[in-house]
Design a protein around this ligand. Structure first.
Ligand code: FNR
Length: 388
């Protein structure tokens, strides 16, 4: 039993001595504040989406079309948000989605480490991206006794992919999340108008530059010739995966294997038949394709075929209420993305912790007020579809 909702008492009591929260507790104000604090190029990369941003926006607004039915006379004095995920007992179903530019979101350039520390402090798992400004071993060290999953962007070079996975295993990550929707980059006008792509400027490539297999591909070490190293990275970054690759991916690790970016029930079925341990329903926050469907609206279809296979979800989660709705629609674990990057940009480790605590407090209090004391109580029957 975690008293996440107690965070609001803490805030109100501190208010009696004139202390207000350092950061806003709601996403709208947090984002506004981050917009004024972040360097323009970093802000654009984080906030921008694919095309005109329609899908990105829809990811958020689609949550409004689901409402939680209040139930009364239910004892909610104790709530339990704990969840079992791949044999891990987690205190809550919240996790941090992989974000590839965390390093430069933080003022000191060490945002991957700060996020890892926040994971350790809160118990909220971090899905650490392949694109990181610190090597995965350093990130794992900061996560410590907390939980970390490693997200793989599969390079075209199989040996390098294998090396990443084996390093992640050795570093203590508890699962491998393979992202499927990024063999090529989506059309991002905001970054294109500024000709701004952080990786080509050498950011977030620490996992490559420290990898023996990657280094063996270079005529000179990255420290001596960064330009060639970056160009080599650009050449090998994105492998076009097909179902024919799934047996190979599965053979890479005995850790739980999760495929990220699955939105169609048929793809979920094929993934499960191919031996994955988890499905991760996400449309990359609308950054990769502007196809026009909100991720939350695709979740029920994926859950319907997933059976006992856990479904992780992200895209558009901005509040504790969104978390509760995604859980009721069948997600086993719910990922937050951009909001924690803004917390990181504004106040480092403390900023990430603040965002996570706010999300968990709001979810916990919604469950308390509306009569759903445990996650098992949150079923599709708890929701009503509003409007069309
Ligand atoms: C991402 N996302 C992402 N996903 C992934 O698998 N590997 C990565 O390295 C990244 N990098 C990344 C950078 C930035 C700046 C953002 C905003 C997102 C996608 C991420 O994991 C998640 O799917 C989205 O962030 C969810 O959308 P919202 O809720 O943040 O809008």
């Amino acid at each position: 039993m975690a008293g996440y909702g107690d965070f609001q008492h803490e805030i109100y009591f501190k208010g009696l001595s004139g202390v207000k929260p350092k950061l806003p507790v709601n996403f709208e104000l947090l984002e506004q504040k981050a917009r004024t604090a972040m360097p323009e190029s970093v802000l654009s990369y984080v906030a921008g989406g694919c095309g005109d941003g329609h899908t990105q926006d829809l990811n958020v607004t689609a949550f409004e079309r689901w409402g939680l039915l209040p139930r009364m006379m239910v004892d909610c004095s104790k709530r339990d948000m704990s969840v079992d995920l791949f044999g891990l007992r987690l205190a809550s179903p919240l996790f941090m989605a992989p974000i590839g530019v965390l390093g430069i979101c933080a003022k000191d350039g060490r945002g991957d480490l700060a996020t890892a520390k926040a994971a350790a402090l809160t118990g909220v798992p971090m899905v650490a991206s392949t694109l990181s400004d610190d090597p995965m071993e350093a990130v794992a060290k900061e996560i410590g006794a907390g939980t970390g999953f490693f997200q793989l962007y599969t390079p075209t070079d199989r040996e390098l992919a294998e090396s990443f996975v084996h390093r992640a295993e050795a570093a203590g990550f508890k699962a491998i999340v393979v992202t499927l929707d990024t063999s090529t980059l989506g059309w991002r006008p905001r970054d294109l108008n500024d000709a701004n792509f952080p990786q080509l400027r050498g950011h977030a490539l620490a996992n490559y530059f420290t990898d023996p297999r990657f280094r063996a591909m270079l005529p000179k070490p990255p420290e001596a010739d960064p330009a060639t190293a970056i160009m080599t990275w650009a050449r090998i970054f994105g492998k076009q995966l097909t179902w024919a690759d799934l047996p190979w991916l599965r053979s890479l690790t005995r850790l739980p294997l999760i495929l990220k970016g699955i939105c169609h029930p048929d793809d979920a079925r094929r993934a499960i038949d191919g031996g994955v341990d988890g499905i991760y329903c996400s449309n990359h926050g609308g950054r990769q394709a502007n196809g026009g469907l909100a991720a939350i609206d695709m979740l029920p279809g994926v859950v319907a075929v997933a059976g006992a296979t856990p479904v992780m979800f992200d895209s558009g989660v901005r509040s504790g209420t969104d978390i509760v709705k995604a859980l009721a629609l069948g997600a086993r674990a719910v990922g937050v993305g951009r909001p924690y990057a803004y917390g990181l940009a504004l106040d480092g480790v403390d900023g990430v912790v603040h965002v996570l605590r706010c999300l968990l407090a709001e979810a916990d209090l919604l469950m308390a007020v509306d009569g759903y004391p445990t996650l098992a109580d949150l079923t599709p029957d708890a929701l009503m579809r509003v409007g069309s």
